[in-house]
Ligand binder design. Structure first.
Ligand SMILES: [Zn+2]
Length: 158
């Protein structure tokens, strides 16, 4: 076990050295809370119309999944200076069957963005993550949410 951990740390350092995100990882709500105030972390909400009638995580950016592919260049521009992106949809689950696409918008958009990053030089993004259990899990655990209607959210309301 110890050996495996050491190897993992080594490969993360290599990825950081090349300034390129390598693979998708999951982050839990408590882990996100501990890093959310870091100015180099961006939270990307890829829910669709739910964002307008549901609340959102304070400070999150909104890039709806139905137009996500064409807006990836805008997103890359919006996260200039960030090194960690945390994607989420309502559930952010890895579906047992590909047909359940509504639950996997977070992971699939994150994966698309990773591919996009791999074709982009010097994006500066080292970590692409998915929020475990998505917005619904975040909200259900009593974590702070924001109800503002500004986009991007200023994050001052939480
Ligand atoms: Zn807000």
């Amino acid at each position: 076990m110890t050996l495996g951990k050491r190897q993992k740390r080594g490969s993360a350092a290599t990825a950081r050295g090349q300034g390129m995100a390598r693979s998708l990882s999951y982050i839990t709500a408590p882990q996100l809370i501990s890093i959310a105030r870091n100015p180099r972390v961006a939270i990307v909400d890829v829910r669709d119309e739910e964002r307008s009638y549901d609340a959102h995580i304070a400070g999150s950016l909104h890039y709806a999944s139905d137009t996500f592919s064409e807006r990836m260049p805008d997103l890359l521009h919006a996260v200039k200076g960030k090194d960690t992106l945390v994607f989420h949809c309502a559930l952010s689950q890895v579906a047992p069957f590909p047909l359940l696409s509504i639950a996997v918008r977070g992971p699939s958009c994150a994966r698309k963005f990773l591919e996009y990053l791999s074709e982009t030089k010097d994006a500066g993004i080292n970590n692409v993550m998915v929020l475990d259990r998505g917005f619904n899990g975040w909200h259900a655990s009593g974590n702070p949410v924001c109800q503002c209607t500004t986009n991007p959210c200023t994050g001052n309301c939480a």
